[in-house]
Design a protein around this ligand. Structure first.
Ligand code: SAH
Length: 383
């Protein structure tokens, strides 16, 4: 790929997801670099952002919303950013191509199998979303049909056709979401075919991924991100490590062979279940996971006088919160590796930690989301 070339998507205006498409990939990286320097430069030198060799079709999780257009035709695609309108998209430059083909095929099958699309205005109809996840290394594919009710008309012939057309699919899940609003998944999922989850490999370990668990969407860059986070951690085998906001346990488990023990904390109980299974799957016996708010957990550690040797923290876009940061400062682990998907909240949180006595040693941006404005950054802090 020529990084100086501009590849424009026909949907870019209506969709709005790829905010940087008017720039070549090389220009995008320059833009992100300046952005990080502007926000985090006062904490120290910003290393050069790691870009991708092939910055297309990197998204291994694809979500399509289904709706009726003005002419009451079924459309599937992407929610327009900042609105609830569905932009019809059959093929997206950043999404996995097989996932896109599966979604188009499902849309075409609806009429034949007499399945209706959910209509938000009247609350009638059935199918709301389709979510496809593909294991990058394993090749396993999960299709989640998100519907307004558990009654799946023509389920058997529908599945038979889908599986015949796409033998790559290893599991199909029905998720029931009968609530109003844009929440993608409802609380209940049922496996209709296969085990109800997929497995993938990352940093030579196996991971189980359930429909609702967070899993990094760009596997190529994730390996580089985790590799750097673990390198910066400088583990020697004797450390107690806290993996805060751990998702399905990926970072902590990848670091487990280099530490004495790993403790992971995560809000999503399904993700924690996956993390526990993931430790078993890989024969890892020195990792423990618990469901709960990271701030509350950290506060408990501080109150008990516990002091991890290292904390990995990887909060969502909103960043960490006061409770977490305050108790982190009380525990005062000698090293903190902060992984952030939003340099704006990272700037705010680093400000608190630096004021509390930490120094910043390395700031490494990684381009996990080419063509979009999102930026991932790793930062090492020490006492
Ligand atoms: N480290 C993981 C997940 C990072 S995404 C990985 O690399 O895959 C951020 C995670 O924080 C999500 O799994 C989300 O469910 C979790 N989360 C959000 N708010 C939280 C909170 N208050 N306490 C603990 N976890 C939280």
């Amino acid at each position: 790929m020529d990084a100086n070339e501009r590849v424009l998507c026909p949907h870019r205006r209506a969709c709005g997801g790829c905010q940087l498409q008017n720039l070549s990939y090389a220009e995008q990286l320059g833009h992100k670099q300046r952005e990080v320097i502007g926000l985090l430069g006062r904490f120290g030198h910003v290393e050069e952002i790691w870009g991708m060799d092939e910055p297309y079709h990197y998204r291994n999780k694809v979500h399509a919303a289904f709706a009726l257009d003005r002419r009451r035709q079924v459309v599937s695609g992407i929610y327009q950013s900042s609105s609830h309108a569905v932009v019809p998209v059959d093929s997206c430059l950043i999404e996995d191509e097989l996932a896109d083909r599966i979604i188009v095929s499902i849309r075409r099958m609806l009429r034949e199998f007499k399945l209706q699309v959910y209509d938000e205005r009247s609350g009638s109809g059935w199918l709301r979303h389709v979510l496809v996840r593909r294991g990058f290394t394993s090749g396993q594919v999960m299709v989640v049909l998100v519907a307004a009710s558990p009654i799946f008309k023509n389920q058997k012939p529908f599945l038979a056709r889908l599986l015949a057309d796409f033998p790559e699919i290893t599991t199909v899940v029905l998720n029931v979401n009968d609530r109003f609003g844009s929440m993608l998944l409802g609380p209940k999922s049922k496996a209709l075919y296969g085990p109800g989850y997929i497995e993938d490999e990352l940093c030579k370990l196996k991971f189980r991924i359930s429909p609702s668990s967070f899993y990094q969407i760009n596997p190529v860059q994730t390996e580089r991100l985790y590799g750097e986070a673990i390198r910066l951690a400088g583990l020697t085998g004797t450390e107690t490590v806290l993996d805060a906001y751990c998702g399905i346990g990926t970072i902590g488990l990848c670091a487990a062979s280099q530490a004495k023990q790993i403790i992971g904390v995560e809000l999503n109980a399904d993700a924690v279940k996956d993390a526990i299974v993931n430790a078993k799957l890989n024969g890892i016996k020195n990792a423990w996971f618990t469901a709960g708010d990271a701030g509350q957990f950290m506060e408990g550690m501080a109150a008990d006088g516990q002091r991890p040797d290292l904390v990995f923290m990887d909060p969502p876009r909103a960043g960490s919160d006061e409770k977490f940061l305050r108790s982190l400062l009380r525990c005062a682990p000698p090293r903190v590796v902060y992984i952030s998907c939003n340099p704006v909240t990272m700037q705010r949180d680093l400000g608190v930690l630096v004021k509390g006595g930490y120094k910043v040693r390395r700031i490494q941006p990684v381009d996990m989301f080419p063509h979009t404005e999102h930026i991932e950054t790793i930062c090492l802090l020490y006492h």
